[in-house]
Design a protein around this ligand. Structure first.
Ligand code: CA
Length: 249
């Protein structure tokens, strides 16, 4: 079955080149010239989206954030300058890779194949980490618990089927790597994980270009947790060592 690629790029000449190169490689492509058009097109099924950072109606970064609210598909940015994409911004908003213009269409095709290979291991979210969660985490009781009963209880719940983690009964909207990092941390609250260990467990291709900063993802994850409860930081930093999830609640 052919992989379907959505290309959102306002310059027809570039888009033509990409479509030609990708179709030669056996991909099926749809080209949209604006972010709005692209967002509407995403209601169809695609395996990956290629986003130009400089679009006429919306920046590629904002578009990426919009897409991430509803879709998990891998995203690759096309940027006019290497400096245009801030690594941290790129990974915080959930991009998988980027290519700087001018690029060879073959290089782009190779990058796309690499992303699809690493995300192919499991559809939806790329290759989830195998997890052995404490029983209290993986098997939430069917009945809702009142907030008053929460004291002393581990406040995270993972709904594996829906790929949703709830914190204090509030479902978190997490990017792919925030989600994976939190899954790893939840594996053993209290355990200190080094950045390398987190990277190895949460990233399926730790050497890939945009994915190197564990710290940036931890930071954005913390911000999301703080929105739910500003009083506690459930993620502890162990200077020079790494991170752990708070175990005593
Ligand atoms: Ca452009």
């Amino acid at each position: 079955m052919k992989h379907r690629i959505l290309i959102i790029e306002d310059e027809p000449a570039i888009a033509d080149n990409i479509v030609y190169a990708l179709e030669t490689e056996g991909f099926q492509c749809l080209w949209c010239a604006t972010g709005g058009e692209g967002l509407r097109a995403l209601d169809g099924k695609f395996d990956l989206a290629v986003l130009d950072v400089g679009l006429p109606d919306i920046s590629g970064f904002d578009l990426c954030r919009e897409i991430r609210k509803r879709h998990e598909l891998p995203i690759l940015f096309l940027t006019a300058r290497a400096g245009e994409i801030d690594r941290v911004v790129g990974l915080e908003i959930g991009a998988d890779d980027y290519v700087v213009k001018p690029f060879s269409p073959r290089e782009l095709a190779a990058r796309i194949k690499a992303i699809l290979r690493r995300t192919a291991a499991s559809p939806g979210i790329a290759a989830p980490v195998p997890v052995a969660l404490p029983a209290s985490v993986s098997a939430p009781p069917a009945s809702a618990e009142g907030p008053d009963k929460m004291a002393g209880e581990f406040p995270f719940r993972h709904d594996e089927e829906r790929r949703v983690i709830a914190y204090r009964q509030t479902p978190l909207e997490l990017s792919r790597y925030e989600y994976r990092l939190l899954i790893v941390l939840m594996e053993k609250p209290g355990r200190v994980w080094s950045r390398e260990q987190l990277m190895a467990k949460a990233w399926d291709s730790p050497e890939s270009s945009l994915d190197r900063t564990v710290d940036a993802h931890i930071k954005s994850l913390r911000a999301k947790l703080r929105e739910i409860n500003p009083d506690i930081d459930p993620i502890r930093t162990h200077r020079g060592m790494g991170y752990s999830l708070k175990e005593d609640w």
